[in-house]
Design a protein around this ligand. Structure first.
Ligand code: GLN
Length: 242
């Protein structure tokens, strides 16, 4: 049975473990640096990224997490977990918050607003469609959700979502959001923001697949992790023994 580590400092780690169980995969809680040695892939759940960062710092997890990412191990960040993986974060209270980094993007921590602006939406995700013609739509749950505003050339965009009208510069709510410090950088033009990405060994979703009964994102991550493991073992040059 495959084993996946789930960072269990705070947030929806139990829900990820339950979703993994539904697809026959064991999820193990990770709280200490040396526990990362026992797993070959990792999920960083949603929650509150400042709190999670403080706890990660307290447990001295940042160096081990960065090494895990740098070694090319598969890591999936959902919501706060995605913020953790970004190279750069903007938005409310980002000053001084430590990030793991690795994902070449700029993320806005609270792009879609506060708790009361949480929502569910149908997303189009071609990567999730099955060969047998299964649907490519996925119902995303966005809770105080971030959005990716910019990506580097290596990043594959898996899903986008239209910028909500209240977020546009000049709207009343955007002005109010600015006053209370939720939105510092309002968006000038109508368009779309990025809500799911992949860059090599890193996967990120701004929403919470672990809170739905649909396990396709978990299966997608497992498939990605297996491919990475197979590539690593086929490129492995055995030691020459004379
Ligand atoms: N915006 C939140 C943060 O900054 C993340 C919310 C979530 O994980 N549901 O941490």
């Amino acid at each position: 049975m495959a084993v996946v580590g789930v960072l269990a400092l705070q947030g929806s780690f139990n829900e990820h473990i339950a979703a993994l169980r539904r697809i026959g995969v064991k999820g193990v809680e990770i709280r200490k640096p040396d526990q990362l040695l026992n797993v070959s892939s990792l999920i960083i759940p949603g929650g509150e990224s400042t709190t999670m960062a403080k706890l990660a710092e307290f447990h001295n997890l940042f160096p081990a997490l960065r090494e895990f990412v740098r070694m090319g191990r598969p890591v999936w960040g959902t919501c706060a977990g995605l913020i953790f993986l970004a190279n750069k974060a903007s938005g409310q209270k980002t000053g001084g918050q430590e990030l793991i980094g690795g994902l070449d993007c700029t993320i806005h921590r609270n792009f879609f607003g506060s708790q009361i602006q949480s929502f569910e939406a149908e997303l189009s995700v071609p990567e999730l469609a099955s060969k047998e013609g299964g649907p490519e739509t996925f119902r995303g749950i966005f809770i105080r959700a971030p959005a990716i505003l910019e990506v580097g050339p290596e990043v594959q965009i898996l899903a986008e979502y239209p910028v909500p009208s209240e977020r546009l510069l000049g709207s009343d709510s955007a002005a109010k959001g600015h006053k209370v410090g939720i939105w510092q950088d309002n968006v000038e033009e109508e368009g779309k923001v990025i809500v799911a990405v992949r860059q090599g060994n890193l996967l990120g979703t701004a929403f919470h697949p672990e809170l739905t009964a649909d396990t396709r994102w978990h299966s997608y991550f497992l498939k990605m992790a297996n491919e990475i493991r197979d590539e690593a073992s086929s490129s492995h040059v055995p030691l020459e023994v004379n």
